[in-house]
Design a protein around this ligand. Structure first.
Ligand SMILES: [Zn+2]
Ligand SMILES: [Zn+2]
Length: 175
């Protein structure tokens, strides 16, 4: 996800380039997205290149109730300004604006790389508590049976461990 922006940097403010992007697989922290695709617009602005785009990423999640892996797609919007570290014409080093992200720089060869920004957006857009289906029944905390596939003989109360700490507090209060 790299672009040579020498031409854009030399161009007038408002000059734009559009690119279609596709990458598979795309490395995340300790996992990967099977496929990432989208469209970006690069625009020359005052002190850099403004990158916007819409993406989708095909990822594998682990269900927070039954722990099974399942495939899902996340969508996200990308919006970041990248700054050159050297003046395109004179080669003189340029100081980054104070509010610039540390990794939002264009290198000395005029390569703008949005991979890290896209990686962060995928991680931010991924569900915190993924569910394989909205009504996933989860696994029985007593015997480990996947309750989507079969029932188990455990009494229902023991399955509902969420209430256990509260019940403990109530019974303590009585004594
Ligand atoms: Zn599930
Ligand atoms: Zn059970």
């Amino acid at each position: 996800m790299q672009f040579n922006v020498a031409g854009l940097l030399k161009g007038p403010g408002g000059a734009t380039q559009r690119h279609k992007l596709e990458e598979s697989p795309f490395a995340l922290d300790d996992t990967q997205a099977e496929h990432v695709w989208g469209q970006v617009t690069l625009m020359r602005v005052n002190d850099g290149i403004w990158v916007t785009g819409n993406f989708r990423a095909a990822i594998t999640c682990s269900c927070s109730r039954c722990l099974k892996s399942f495939a899902t797609t996340v969508r996200f919007h990308f919006d970041e300004t990248y700054y050159p570290t050297r003046d395109i014409n004179s080669g003189v080093a340029i100081r980054l604006p104070e509010d610039a992200e540390q990794d939002a720089t264009i290198d000395d060869h005029h390569i703008l790389d949005i991979s890290e920004g896209v990686r962060q957006e995928i991680l931010l857009s991924s569900p915190m508590k993924p569910l394989c289906k909205p009504n996933c029944a989860g696994i029985c905390p007593s015997c480990g049976t996947d309750l989507n596939e079969s029932t188990c003989p455990c009494p229902k109360e023991s399955r509902d461990r969420r209430w256990a700490p509260l019940m403990g507090m109530l019974s303590q209060g009585k004594n």
